[in-house]
Design a protein around this ligand. Structure first.
Ligand code: ATP
Ligand code: MG
Ligand code: MG
Length: 351
């Protein structure tokens, strides 16, 4: 087919639309919010709520395949769309990653290492979870958290009541605190025919719960590097996945520990735009349209730096540097904590 429907029109939807355009596809965006960043690029934008059955049916009728740029699409929306057009990646990937508890259960069933965890809905369950998991620990809402939102750290059982208050009554999961030296992520893709391709893992630096920087190459031994890719491949195959997936990992003395998965293109994969012949966005479009996957081999070292809020003031200075590629999202207003764009600092191989 030649029209791709994308649920969500943020910066990820925008960059997917740009990659799709390069491959000769047109994109239709569905987003409840007006003026989505992807609207500059896509052929059509539908602004309607997730529960608008008529708008969803019309949207589906105009596209050949549906994909998404964010994982919190309501189940009822999927129920409506699923019989109408193929959704890639599929239902299971969304179900698993929408709920941190089912995500952890899924990873454990695959035999992958995660932080120790326990479900928490009440004060009594939090006490039991602390006894099981130990302190320090992190309490996280099971659903809808991102950029470190909906999380509370507990140094000891004394912090229990305060942490529970942060959940505002939402179901939560308690995770034991993982002692890690650094964080990495693997961006990997699986094609319609089951082929798997992975990008070189990136090393991620967070500040205030938000990703600031991704560097390639990551500090990993050859064994850790192949472990990271094997973990991603195992997840992709288990989910019969089609598209690009991000896997966040902690690097510990005992090996790699899986933090979370994102069933979509991922902020920590933006370096691929300027470090690879085929970037994560093109790779995703190739996968969901049934094209062969591209070669994600890396031909430069890259530091991807997010431009968040008033980082934008540094633009003139950043642009003076050589080998800096700028990617702005065209968001109508700049706010604190809002991702406005990113730059890729490219370190070309010498010689
Ligand atoms: P994202 O924006 O990546 O979706 P999120 O809100 O889903 O973030 P997590 O990735 O679960 O949150 O956690 C944010 C950060 O907090 C992690 O990148 C890591 O630095 C730290 N963190 C999370 N869980 C743990 C843990 N169990 N042990 C130690 N650190 C943790
Ligand atoms: Mg997350
Ligand atoms: Mg995360």
């Amino acid at each position: 087919g030649s029209v791709i429907g994308i649920l969500g029109g943020g910066q990820l939807g925008r960059m997917l639309s740009m990659a799709a355009a390069r491959l000769g596809y047109r994109c239709h965006i569905y987003d409840p919010a007006p003026l989505p960043p992807a609207g500059h690029v896509a052929q059509k934008v539908v602004t309607a709520p997730w529960d608008d059955a008529t708008a969803l049916q019309n949207f589906a009728a105009g596209v050949d395949v549906i994909t998404f740029e964010f994982e919190n699409i309501p189940t009822a929306t999927l129920d409506l769309l699923e019989p109408l057009r193929p959704i890639r990646p599929g239902r299971q990937a969304l179900a698993v990653s929408q709920d941190r508890l089912s995500e952890k259960d899924f990873l454990r069933e695959l035999g992958l290492p995660t932080a120790p965890y326990a479900p928490v809905a009440t004060a009594a369950e939090l006490d039991a979870a602390l006894a099981k998991v130990g302190a320090p620990a992190i309490l996280k809402t099971r659903r809808l958290g991102y950029d470190g939102k909906g999380q509370a750290r507990l140094q000891s059982a004394d912090d229990a009541a305060g942490a529970l208050a942060v959940m505002q009554g939402a179901e939560a999961i308690l995770e034991g605190f993982v002692t890690f030296s650094h964080e990495v992520s693997v961006i990997a893709a699986r094609g319609l025919n089951g082929d798997v391709a992975a990008f070189d893992p990136g090393e991620n630096l967070h500040r205030d719960g938000i990703l600031r920087e991704t560097r390639v190459p990551a500090r990993l031994s050859p064994a850790q590097r192949s472990d990271a890719v094997l973990i991603a491949a195992k997840i992709l195959n288990a989910l019969d996945y089609v598209g690009v997936l991000g896997v966040e990992l902690f690097v510990t003395a005992q090996g790699l520990v899986v933090n979370e998965i994102a069933p979509r293109v991922h902020n920590s994969g933006h370096w691929t735009q300027d470090g690879c012949a085929v970037d994560q966005f093109e790779q995703h479009i190739r996968a969901v349209t049934g094209l062969p996957l591209g070669d994600g081999g890396r031909y430069a070292d890259v530091v991807m730096e997010n431009l968040i809020g008033d980082d934008m003031d540094r633009l003139p200075e950043l642009l003076k540097a050589r080998d800096v590629a700028l990617h702005l999202y065209g968001k109508p207003e700049c706010r604190a904590g809002r991702k406005m764009g990113h730059v890729n600092h490219i370190q070309r191989p010498k010689g």
